[in-house]
Structure formats: structure tokens, C-alpha cells
Design a protein around this ligand. Sequence first.
Ligand code: SF4
Length: 473
Amino acid sequence: MGGFFGAVSKQNVAWDVFFGTDYHSHLGTYVGGMAVYDEEAGFDRSIHRITSTQFRTALEGAASRMNGHIGIGCIADNDPQPLLVYSRLGSYAITTVGRINNSKELVDRAIADGHAQFLERSRFVGINETELVASLVNEKETIEEGIRHAQEMIDGSLSLLIATSEGIYAARDLVGRTPVVIGIKDDACCASFESHAYLNLGYRTLKELGPAEVVFITADGIEPKLAPLPKKRTCAFMWTYYGYPTANYEGVNVEASRNRCGAMLAENDKDKNYHIDYVGGIPDSGTAAAIGYANASGVPFARPFIKYTPTWPRSFMPQNQSMRNQVAHMKLIPIDELIRDKSLLLVDDSIVRGTQMGETVDFLYESGAREVHVRPACPPVMYGCKYLNFSRSTSDMDLIARRCIVELEGGVPSEERLAVYTDSTTPEHKAMVELIREKLKFTSLEYPSVEMVSKSVQVPEDEICTYCWTGRE
Ligand code: SF4
């Protein structure tokens, strides 16, 4: 996934960029970087791997050294960033968030034109995709025209920051899948993916950019460059899973939306005669929905297992799946008194492959739980995300919902048949949920509908992206 932060100030901006970027650390685990522009020395840039260390530890030395009035920083899950570019549009630093599905075609096209080459190599594809974006931007006469051109050429999603010697261009993707928020204080203005990132730096929110909107930021404020477009598809998973609890998207807080989702799940259960001893959340993103469930239902909230945070402070993501499962398991320590002979209801952000939830539930039974009821905070995930570099994206056939559909249909279903399963009112959908429950050995399993998610995030259904649950673009 990834996130970014940039600021322009009448003072040295390096520490604002350092702390503002650090507040995006939950969005990526691969590299962190900063670039600060000094009028005499030009751009000073530093990029470090953050797979086994924190952004703050990795970039502290660079932030101490850097001095300038304009700077951007990023946390990235794919390519090293920010990149420094020398082009006909001048020198600039660029950082991007999103996903490019047609990078091969775009690279082939650029090379066939005879005026492009790509130096950087990413770990996922042959070239650094941020460099590809820069090459698309440079095809036009101005930076804002270039940004729009790049967004239109790309199949996927692209939000970005471009820092020049004069200020920062901030652009939100064409349908507002990911956020860009502008903050302001007396002598500075910033652009941030996360709305909480600038509050402790003294900025207040000026505005959230609309879909496709491009602005130019100086220390005095923002200058509009390209107006927002009407179509909006904000990623609903931002509220459910990616977002930090303190963040707001479309003005709606993540923690509060998760509380509401939990309360709706409780409302759905109110006529069922389960005897539940405790409601618990899978840390961290399931916790707020569990609190919402507990408060609405009157069943006490408890933490039957707790994440061992002192040595697992960040998301360590080994490449190997079995080691990832082992790490997920190692992080959670059970509390016997809250598990043995108890009937537990667990809320998690989602069920994707089902592996981790299945193992957690096995582990609770082994620890003496009598019953384990499960309530995911979003509908069954049926399609891998094609818009964002969502680290939990996987091949569609890895998704437990898809595997159950194949089993129920006796083979890979047509798109039409698949659509029947995405509708939570159909008998097919209910049969799929029952098969997931049976396979993962839950006592009961109830998902929220897309309508409930839309209500909990307080954004109309046609303004949020629900592709991974419905397959609807
Ligand atoms: S497909 Fe899912 S994860 Fe991807 S942008 Fe849409 S809602 Fe978000």
C-alpha cells in the first residue's frame, strides 16, 4: 500500500516531513524515504529499507542533516521512493501511491518511442513504477497536465506528490480511492495521505482533495491546478482494515466507523439465542468493531489474547507463507482465565484466505474455549484488489470464499454465477457462508452486508469502492 507526506514552510521543513511521514508507518513495511529541497544545494534525498527497523530509526540521521523549505517523504511497500528526476519540466522529487496493472505496456510504449530508459529496478516488476509515472508526467508541457496524462494512461490508481523548487503538487487519484488531505498552520502548508499525521505538528485540516483534484502547495496555502471530478470510489477497506484508528477519510473517522460496524453486527444478532461470555477483537483492526459490538449488545468486552508488542512493534512480513502464519501466531498470547470453558465472540476486520482466522480459532479451542463465534467486519472477500498494492491481495483462488464457491458449484463458476454469491440475500450466498463456517470450525459466522458497511462509514454505497466484495467496478 504505502503513504506519503509533504510540506512547504517558511522554516526548515525537514522535521515536519520526518514526523509526518513516520505517522504513515502502518501503511507499508518495505522502504521509507525523504527528499528536502535547499535553495543552494538542491534536493537532499535519503531512502532506507524499513523491513526490520522503524522509519524513525532509519531516517533520523538524514532528517538531522537535511535543511530546506520544501520536502516530501513516503512509506512504500513496493519501490524505493522518493525519486529525484531531471527533466524538461525541471528538477523535481516524486512519490506515488497506487497500483499500475499495465506497466509492461506503458514501458514498451515509452521505449518504442525511442526517448525513454528506466534505470531503477523494483523487487516486483522490471522497473520502478514511480519512475514510469515520472516518464509519463514528462510527456506533457506542464506538471499538472503530465499528472493527469499519467493518471489517464494508467490502469489502476495513482495519487502523488511532486516537490519542485517552488512548492509541491499534490494529486489525488481519478476516483478518490486513496485520500490526500491538506493541512495548514501559520507558516506552513502540508499534504498528507493520513489526516492524523499533521495534527501534532500544529497543522489544522484545510481540506480533503476531491477525486482527480490537483493543487499546488506553498507555505502560504494552496493554489488550485485541476478541479475535482464527480465520480468517487473511495476504498471502503481503508476504514475496515488499512486505516489507523485516528484517521478520517471523507471526514469520517476510522475508529468510530468500526464501532458502528460492530454495533450493527450486534443488532443483527439480537434475536439469536447465543450465550456469549466475552466479545473480543483480533488486534489491532478488529478491536474497535468488537468494542462497538460489546457496547451495543451488553456482552462484556475482553481480550482473550493479547499482542506481544514489545518485540513485535511492526508488521514483520516474511516472504514465506508458513513463516508468516507462524509469526501471526507468535504475536498473540492467550489468557487462560478468559478462554477456558468460555463462549467467545471474535470480531476481525475481514476473512481473506481464512488461514489465520482458522488457526486462531484452533488455538482458542486448544486453549479450552467452549464456543468460538466469528463476526468479520466486512462481507466475504471474493475478488483480489486491482487498484491498490494491498499486501493481503492474493490470487482469487486463494480466497476462502472463492474456494468454497468452487466446491459448491463443482467447478469454477461463470461470472454470472459468481455474482449470485456476492448478493447476501441469496441461498447460494448463505450456503457459501455456511461452508466457510464449517471449514474453519466456527460455532457461528455472520458477515455484514455491503449496505451495512456503507452505513458504518457514512458514505453512500455508490461513492465507495466495494470491488473486492461485489466485483462491481
Ligand atoms: S478492491 Fe477492495 S481493497 Fe481495492 S480499492 Fe476497492 S475496496 Fe479497496
